[in-house]
Design a protein around this ligand. Structure first.
Ligand SMILES: Nc1nc2c(ncn2[C@@H]2O[C@H](COP(=O)(O)OP(=O)(O)OP(=O)(O)O)[C@@H](O)[C@H]2O)c(=O)[nH]1
Ligand SMILES: [Mg+2]
Length: 194
């Protein structure tokens, strides 16, 4: 559901970082913003509450290049992971073109990851989005911490449809751009089809 402006020949694609609270969604965008700042990156807008928890969303526009003479821009968003921001998450998902699910690798966060996945599937269904057709990648974040679940166990529990999986340490920028490229490639492939 990319937004195509024929007059100025621009296409805006919406990519949403989804996942449980404190998983590292905002950290991913901060890293991307740092890496791209000034060049093809725009300014990052964050609406935060106490202790930097996302209140409504973060937003980062990125210029990607051209597809068939149209300038393509990715609009990166994060949702607020805290359970009680359910309504905001659904709003942010409106018109989504691709999703990065940021899973927290810590043993004690696996239940929260699973709950966030259920929440994602429910919201997409309510918005009438066909998840099986949607560009989607899974990121296993916080691989630097000691008490983490083995990657293959996380895959077994969290994978939904044979999606690409990326291990990451978002705090250090590891795996962050790979994850973005993973979902971006799928979004561009959909665009070219359309
Ligand atoms: N050790 C470690 N800490 C991380 C990593 N990525 C993020 N963090 C930390 O985890 C905390 C939460 O990160 P955020 O990016 O704010 O998490 P969020 O998913 O946006 O959280 P909400 O906005 O509440 O949904 C911060 O203190 C980050 O520095 C990582 O790979 N390793
Ligand atoms: Mg956040």
């Amino acid at each position: 559901m990319s937004f195509i402006n024929k007059t100025v020949r621009e296409i805006n694609c919406k990519i949403v970082y989804y996942g449980a609270g404190l998983g590292g969604k905002t950290t991913n965008l901060q890293w991307i913003c740092q890496q791209t700042g000034g060049n093809n990156g725009g300014k990052m807008l964050s609406l935060t509450a106490d202790e930097d928890r996302t209140l409504f969303f973060d937003f980062l526009p990125l210029e990607i290049g051209k597809v068939r003479d149209y300038k393509v821009r990715f609009h990166l968003y994060t949702v607020p992971g805290q359970v009680f921001y359910q309504a905001s998450r659904k709003l942010v998902l409106r018109g989504v073109d691709g999703i990065v699910f940021v899973a927290d690798s810590q043993v004690e966060r696996m239940d929260a990851n699973l709950e966030a996945l259920e929440d994602l599937k429910r919201n997409l269904k309510e918005l009438g989005v066909d998840f099986m057709e949607l560009p989607y990648v899974l990121q296993l974040n916080k691989r630097d911490l000691p008490n983490i679940v083995l990657a293959h166990e996380m895959r077994a529990q969290l994978m939904l449809k044979n999606e690409p999986v990326f291990e990451a340490i978002a705090k250090e920028g590891r795996g962050v751009l790979e994850t973005l490229q993973g979902v971006g490639r799928q979004v561009l492939a959909q665009l070219k089809k359309g």
